[in-house]
Design a protein around this ligand. Structure first.
Ligand code: GTP
Ligand code: MN
Ligand code: MN
Length: 399
C-alpha cells in the first residue's frame, strides 16, 4: 500500500492552482461535509480554519475516484488532523457528527438565514443574533433600519436564494451585451465567475467588460447601468467607481486583494417570458430550507407581486444577482483570471505567486519583487507562464 500512496502523492501537488479540478467530484459526501465546516468557520470569523477545510475539500475534489479507506489518503497534502477526523467519521458512520451537530445548531441556522439576505455579511448577522434575531420575521419586527442593499435583499429573498441556471445567465448575458453595444460599440463582454468554469447553476451571473482601445472603457459603467435602468431591468444597483487609475504612480500595490475596478453589484429583473427551461416550482420547494420557507415579506413587497401572486408564482419576472466589472484592456487578462474563480483557486494562485515566486498577483497586475517590475500579459496563458505554472483552463479551476 506504500507504493499506492506514493503514486497518489505524486499526482496531487499541494497548491490548488497546480492541479486540474473539474466539476466531476467523486467524493461529494466528504467535500460537502468539509465545505459545511468551512462555511461555519467563515461565518464565525475564523477564516484560517475556513481555508484549512476548503483546502482539504479541494484535495478530495481533485481525486479521480471515491475514497473508501483512510489509507488512500496517505501522502496527500492539506489534510490536517481535524479534516481527517471528519473524513474518518463519514467513512465509518456515514456522516460526521460534528457536521450534523453544526447543521442543527440554532446559531448556524440563524447565520445561514440572515447572511442569505443580500447585503448582510457575517458580522451583521452575528450582531443581530446576539440581540436574539434568528429569523426573517424577527428581523422585520425588530427596530433595525436596513440599508438599501439589505432592503432589496429582503424583498427578493426567495428569488435570490434560488440558484440561477445557465439558461438564465445566457439570457441576462444577451441583455447586458445589448446594453454594452448600445452605449459603446466595439466594447467586449465576457462571462466570468462560475459559469465560465462550466457550472450549471450559480448564486449570481458575472460579466467582465472591456474595449480593445485602452481608455475607451472609462465611464462605461454608468452608461450601461442607465441603459439597463431605463429599460426597467434593474431592481437594485450599486456602482463603485474605479479607484485604480486615481492612485499615485502606475498600478498601485498589487499585493492588496482589494479590487479597484469600476464595478456594479446589481439585482436584475429577469422577465418570465425570457426564461428558458423553467422548473421554478420544483426548485423552490427543493431549495428552500424549512425555517425560511414561510418567509413572505408581505409588508416589503411593493411591486406587482402581492403575497398571493407570489405564492401562486404568478410574478412575471424573477430577481437575479448580477455582477458587472469594467477593466481597461491592458489589465484584461488579469481581471479575467482574477474573476473566473473559484475563490480557493484564486487564493491559491496568489499564495503560489507570493510564497513560491516572490511575485504579487492581483486582478490588475503581476509584480515581480525580485526584478522589481511589472510583468505584462495579454492572456491568461501568459500569466500562468510568468508564474511558472502549467496552464489550467477555466473548466479545471473548480477547486
Ligand atoms: P457562484 O456565483 O456561486 O456560481 O460562484 P462564483 O465562483 O461565480 O463566485 P462569485 O460570483 O462570488 O465570484 C466570482 C469570482 O470573482 C471569484 O473568483 C471571486 O474570487 C471573484 N471576486 C468576487 N468578488 C471579488 C472582489 O471584490 N474582488 C476581486 N478581485 N475578485 C472578486
Ligand atoms: Mn458568480
Ligand atoms: Mn459574483
Amino acid at each position: 500500500q506504500v507504493d499506492e500512496s506514493k503514486e497518489v502523492e505524486s499526482i496531487v501537488p499541494s497548491y490548488a492552482c497546480q492541479r486540474r479540478t473539474t466539476l466531476e467530484n467523486h467524493n461529494t459526501v466528504f467535500t460537502d461535509a468539509l465545505s459545511l465546516l468551512a462555511e461555519n468557520a467563515e461565518l464565525s470569523d475564523e477564516d484560517g480554519r475556513g481555508v484549512a477545510f476548503r483546502r482539504a475539500a479541494a484535495v478530495l475534489k481533485a481525486l479521480h475516484s471515491p475514497v473508501t479507506d483512510l489509507l488512500q489518503l496517505r501522502g496527500l497534502p492539506c489534510l490536517g488532523g481535524h479534516s481527517l477526523r471528519v473524513i474518518k467519521d463519514v467513512l465509518e458512520n456515514g456522516a460526521s457528527s460534528e457536521v450534523e451537530f453544526t447543521k442543527q445548531s440554532e446559531r448556524f441556522k440563524a447565520l445561514k438565514v440572515l447572511t442569505g439576505i443580500f447585503g448582510v455579511g457575517a458580522k451583521t448577522a452575528e450582531r443581530w443574533i446576539r440581540e436574539g434575531i434568528h429569523s426573517l420575521p424577527q428581523l422585520q419586527d425588530s427596530a433595525h433600519t436596513l440599508n438599501r442593499a439589505q432592503q432589496a435583499g429582503l424583498e427578493h429573498y426567495d428569488d435570490l436564494n434560488q440558484p440561477v441556471t445557465k439558461a438564465e445567465g445566457d439570457t441576462i448575458g444577451e441583455i447586458v451585451a445589448k446594453a454594452v453595444m448600445s452605449v459603446l460599440p466595439g466594447a467586449q463582454m465576457t462571462l466570468i465567475g462560475g459559469f465560465r468554469r462550466g457550472k450549471l447553476t450559480g448564486h449570481d451571473v458575472d460579466f467582465l467588460i472591456t474595449h480593445p482601445e485602452e481608455g475607451r472603457e472609462v465611464g462605461l459603467m454608468p452608461k450601461v447601468v442607465s441603459w439597463l435602468e431605463s429599460k426597467g431591468f434593474l431592481l437594485y444597483q450599486k456602482t463603485t467607481r474605479n479607484s485604480y487609475l486615481e492612485s499615485k504612480d502606475g498600478p498601485a500595490r498589487p499585493s492588496s486583494n482589494m479590487d479597484r475596478f469600476e464595478r456594479c453589484f446589481s439585482i436584475f429583473k429577469l422577465p418570465e417570458d425570457a426564461k428558458q427551461g423553467t422548473k421554478q416550482t420544483e426548485t423552490l420547494t427543493e431549495d428552500t430550507p424549512e425555517d425560511t420557507c414561510s418567509l413572505t415579506t408581505p409588508s416589503l413587497v411593493k411591486d406587482e407581486g402581492s403575497e398571493s401572486t407570489k405564492r401562486a408564482n404568478l410574478k412575471p419576472w424573477r430577481a437575479v444577482r448580477v455582477d458587472l466589472v469594467v477593466s481597461p484592456i491592458s489589465q484584461f487578462a488579469f481581471a479575467l483570471l482574477g474573476w473566473t474563480g473559484s475563490k480557493l483557486f484564486e487564493r491559491e494562485l496568489r499564495r503560489w505567486a507570493g510564497h513560491e515566486k516572490a511575485m504579487s498577483l492581483s486582478s490588475h497586475a503581476l509584480y515581480d519583487n525580485t526584478q522589481s517590475k511589472y510583468l505584462r500579459a495579454s492572456s491568461e496563458e501568459e500569466i500562468f507562464a510568468h508564474l511558472g505554472l502549467e496552464y489550467i483552463p477555466p473548466s479545471e479551476r473548480n477547486a
